[in-house]
Every structure is written in C-alpha cells, then in structure tokens.
Design a protein around this ligand. Structure first.
Ligand code: PEP
Ligand code: MN
Length: 332
C-alpha cells in the first residue's frame, strides 16, 4: 500500500504518521520526490483503514499495490532510481556503458581491454572471474586471481568493476568489486539473492533464460527486501524457438520494466545475440528505445578468447559502437 502525502506536509507531521504505521507493525519506505512524498507500507496492511487515512489533512491519497513486488514497484517510488557506482551514474537519464571481456584471462588481456574501452568512453569494466559454464570441462574462470586482476585494471584506469558471483560464500572476495553481477542462471537462486540484499553493493541482476519480467522483479525484490536498493536490471535475451541467434533479444523489456519499476535497465546485446556482428545494431536499438545502459563483451583477440569469442567485439569495433551510441543519445 502507498500513502501519498500532500505538498506542504512538514517533516514532523510525516514522521508522526510513519511512527503510527510502525506501531502497527508495518515497515515504511519513504520516497521523497521533487513534488511528492510517497510512503510505501510493507507488511500486513489489511487492517489499515484507508478511508480514515484519506481524511487526514496531510494525506493526498492512498492506494493498495496489488503486484507482489513492492520495493521495486514504480508506484512505490515514482521517480527513477539513480545509482552512483564509484562516480559512474546510471538511471534517471544517466547512461552507463559496461564493457570488457567475458572472462578475465591474463593481466595483459584485462589491462589492455580496460585501457581501450575507457578511452572509447565506457563507464565500467566487466570481466568474469567465476564463470557459469554449461560444461564442467570448459574454462571456469581465474576465480580469486581474476578478481585481483580486475582490481589492478581498476586501479590503472579508474573504471569501476563488474563481475559475477555464483556462491554467497565467495562474498569476502568481492570487497573491492563495485558491481556484483547475478547471472541469468542464478536469477532465481533466492538464497544468494538474500545474502546480496544484506550487502550495500550494487547488484546487476540479469534476466533468467526463461523468466518473465515479473519473475525478474520478484528476484529484485528478494535483494531489496533485505535492505539493498541498489539493483540494476539486465535484459540479456531469452530462450525462444529461434536457434539462429544464441538467444532472442527482448527489447520490449526496456519499455515494460520502465513502466513497472524505477530501477535502471541495461541491455546486453552480446549474450542476447551470440554474434559480434549483431552487437552494434542491437546496442544502437537498445540505446534508441531508452535503455539506461548497455553491457558489451570486448576482447583484444576474440578468436583466442577462452569464453564467448564469437560474440566479442574488438576494441576497434567497440570504438565504432561508442560513436554510434553517442549520436543516438544526442538524437533522443
Ligand atoms: C556473462 O555476463 O558473462 C554471463 C555469463 O551472462 P549471462 O548470465 O547473461 O549468460
Ligand atoms: Mn559471456
């Protein structure tokens, strides 16, 4: 349930009302916007008398939220969430470009790619250290050493780093990581989500291979309900009957998620298509339809990449993509 306060309500009046809700066992989420203050009530609101509430001088209106996701709901928090990741902002008109290899392989590889993507205008560096591979015989990532190399690349370039977690027991290794990614395969690993909710780290939550928008939002809710509101959603393609591309990029996710939630939405055209030559047009399309950012796999030698070479663009190709993105941003 949300209670929207009238303009001119004083902080004392607001806090008095919040205390009254809390005394009834409810948790109150306060969203102070430019024109409106919204109190989001979490818990059993069935006993709250909405008619009585609406009679209060300071209350504009009261509305029950029927969707099961509360914290992530735009009704709860009408303004776009803006997340600041070490100076790189995302959301509310701030565009993020997350670029880097699928996996961290060597120091030379990650620092070279980091330097190049930074020069081209990327705002964050990605690189997998713990890799969720379909086959246990494939390269599983450099693990802790991979994170160390990412941290080195961060020190050298100043780019905040994004890397995937697969097991909550590994959290101590992620101390210097700016954004923790939850990959598509773990979108519904609820125990992992709850643990990440207890941290203050920004979480990049990727949509599962066969999950709906509402399931994605319920997963965001697992993180947010534990107290961590720094969640970025990522559309990375879903499984359909089409097998020509690796996945099917569902760009309508950007529109639907922007309607349903205040959280930033990024698009990953690399995993969505599986093909380097499709990354540029899909990155342009994602930018044009209003995504808050894009995530692109870049490798200095895609033919030799240990993971996802076919969908990785070279630094030169990335330069070109960035130029196109900038032009589209100016137009929209
Ligand atoms: C990745 O970003 O490298 C990755 C494994 O992505 P996804 O979880 O979307 O497959
Ligand atoms: Mn990958």
């Amino acid at each position: 349930m949300i209670t929207v306060l009238k303009q001119g309500t004083t902080v004392e009046q607001r806090d008095q009302l919040i205390k009254w809700f809390e005394d009834q066992g409810l948790r109150v989420h306060v969203s102070v916007g430019e024109y409106q203050t919204v109190l989001g009530l979490i818990g059993d609101t069935t006993k709250v008398d909405t008619d009585m509430l609406e009679l209060l001088d300071i209350v504009d209106f009261v509305k029950r939220i029927t969707e099961p996701f509360k914290n992530a709901n735009r009704k709860f928090h009408p303004e776009d969430t803006v997340i600041d990741v070490g100076g790189a902002k995302i959301g509310g008109g701030n565009f993020a470009v997350i670029a880097g290899p699928c996996s961290v392989e060597t120091e030379e590889q990650i620092t070279e790619v980091a330097r190049r993507v930074k020069a081209a205008g990327a705002t964050m560096l990605r690189g997998g250290a713990f890799k969720p591979r379909t086959s246990p015989y494939d390269f599983q990532g450099l693990k802790a050493d991979g994170i160390e190399l990412l941290v080195k690349a961060k020190k050298e370039t100043g780019l905040p780093i994004v890397t995937e977690i697969m097991n909550a027991n590994h959290l101590p290794l992620f101390e210097d990581v700016d954004v923790i990614q939850v990959g598509a395969r773990n979108m519904q690993n609820f125990e992992l989500l709850k643990e990440l909710g207890k941290t203050k780290k920004t979480i990049l939550l990727k949509r599962g291979l066969a999950n709906t928008f509402k399931e994605l939002l319920m997963s965001a809710e697992y993180i947010m309900s534990e107290g961590n509101e720094n969640v970025i959603l990522c559309e990375r393609g879903i499984r359909t009957f089409e097998t020509y591309t690796r996945n099917t990029l569902d760009l309508s996710a950007v529109c639907a998620l922007h309607e349903l939630t205040h959280l930033p939405v990024v698009v990953d055209p690399s995993h969505a298509t599986g093909r380097a030559d499709y990354v540029k047009p899909m990155a342009m399309a994602a930018t044009a339809c209003g995504a808050d950012g894009i995530m692109i796999e870049v490798h200095n030698n895609p033919a030799k990449a240990l993971c996802d070479g076919a969908q990785s663009v070279t630094p030169d190709q990335f330069d070109d993509i960035m130029k196109r993105i900038k032009t589209i941003r100016e137009v929209i």
